[in-house]
Write a protein that binds this ligand. Structure first.
Ligand code: DQA
Length: 146
């Protein structure tokens, strides 16, 4: 089973970017951790990152057409991108929204997610473990009989 793990703007700068908020793990380390965990859970996963909204929307269209489950950290797009939400709403397999930080414990503009309403579930606040928990949750979800 394929799995797309998609990351929005500024997430390639993990490790250098506000480490007190996002931790010291680099994006490359996160990618390796996710690929290992996903392989152990039986997925053929790809981890991608873009700073570009249109590219992220294109990847969601690809997932929708291929019935591919998605783990998505929409980064700042979480809070205002109706275009990303409309793309996420088209998904035909589960979507798990992830965040390294806990947006609800941060600035008020981060308290709104326009993505959560079309996600199967949201995991935030556990640093890189948010992704590992999401991979586990996705595996459990897809293992359940319809
Ligand atoms: C984030 C939280 C967002 O508010 C922020 O814009 C990000 C990262 C997180 O993973 O904690 O870029 O999605």
């Amino acid at each position: 089973m394929r799995l797309l793990i998609l990351n929005g703007p500024n997430l390639a700068r993990l490790g250098k970017r506000e480490p007190a908020v996002y931790g010291a793990t680099t994006y490359d380390q996160l990618t390796t951790m996710c690929l290992d965990a996903a392989a152990s859970a039986g997925f053929e996963a790809e981890v991608r990152q873009t700073d570009d909204e249109a590219t992220l929307i294109g990847w969601l269209h690809e997932a929708a057409d291929g019935e591919v489950p998605v783990i998505l950290n929409p980064a700042a797009f979480t809070h205002y991108s109706y275009a990303l939400r409309d793309a996420a709403a088209q998904l035909t397999a589960p979507l798990i929204e992830v965040h390294l930080s806990n947006p609800l414990a941060r600035e008020e503009f981060r308290h709104t997610s326009v993505i959560s309403g079309v996600a199967t579930g949201t995991i935030g606040g556990f640093g890189v473990d948010s992704y590992l928990l999401a991979i586990r949750a996705m595996a459990n979800l897809l293992a359940k009989p319809a």
